[in-house]
Design a protein around this ligand. Sequence first.
Ligand SMILES: *Cc1c(COP(=O)(O)O)cnc(C)c1O
Length: 374
Amino acid sequence: MREARIDLGAIRSNIATLRSAVSPAALMVVVKAEGYGHGAIEAAKAAVDAGTDWLGVVDLAEGLALREAGITIPILAWLHGEDADFTAAVAANIDVGVSSLGQLERAAATGGLAQIQIKVDTGLSRNGVEERESAALFERAAAHERAGRVRVRGLWSHLANAGEAEDLEQVRRFTLFVAAARDAGLTPELRHLAATAGALRVPASRFDLVRIGVGVYGLSPFEDASSAELGLRPAMELSAEIISVKRVPAGVGVSYGYAYRTSAETTLALVPLGYADGIPRHASSVAGKTGAADRPGAPVSINGRAYRVCGRVAMDQFVVDVGDDQVRVGDRAILFGDPTTGVPSADDWADAADTINYEIVTRIGPRVTRVFVP
Ligand SMILES: *Cc1c(COP(=O)(O)O)cnc(C)c1O
């Protein structure tokens, strides 16, 4: 009934496009958060098929699930609580992102040889060791390395995408961290800083490897460039079958609060997707006091024609006013997909809901069946 079609061929082709754009830097495909809502294991397998060098995840559990699915290429997991236990990750050959002395000590205490990648804060002000604490961390890491408890394979950071000058300032700070790590006796072979946006627009940020997320799924990280302009194909098409069609007179209130009223006799089609499925309630169409829509609802395509959400998006469903068009129960409403096929894009939904395309795809929930097109 509710379906997210995931085009694995699009994922592979996006990876090939991105690989040639950033070459000779190596490629880490980020499959955190269920592969941005696309399905982590299938996205990861497509990435492996496309020759990806690394996979990136946030949680250790995400990395372990990839290993359990039989994926053997290198994996980095980078966001950990203070009490994280890295034993299973080390046993599963998952690299541990280390942002603090506490995490370093835990990584050194697994009884195995932990492959670690030290994250430094070059200006994003999130995780990553700060400059004033970095010398102590680097020295301690070098000592653990000499004792055979850890191997510092990588040094990395993350860009704020605040503008070219700001990004280049982060590049500059990153090179200072790299020099300081070398001075402390570390020899990380992987220096990485860029995600999709930096990889495409800030060549100086590419270093040895780039971590690509949103671009792999065919979405643009830029406001001023579409997927097609970047040579990318959106991999997810979200749709649902229309489960009810009603002919109603003028003046009928639609959905909670009657935020929308019909202006003439018309046909209403019911789509069984709601905010519990990740459809933003902000994509509702809400009428002002005059009855005119203050904000048009998000776009929906039915039988090749474009309509809009009318009234409030509810937990499980929303309504589309299709006028006098012939729409039947069982027809499919396509919310977004590849706009070059004539359907709305995740960017259109992001605009309607005042957010970004990342949030649109990652929030698609578990009631939506993922159908993988090989
Ligand atoms: C999510 C994430 C990425 C991928 O970012 P995109 O903009 O989706 O390419 C890269 N690095 C880190 C640290 C991340 O958290």
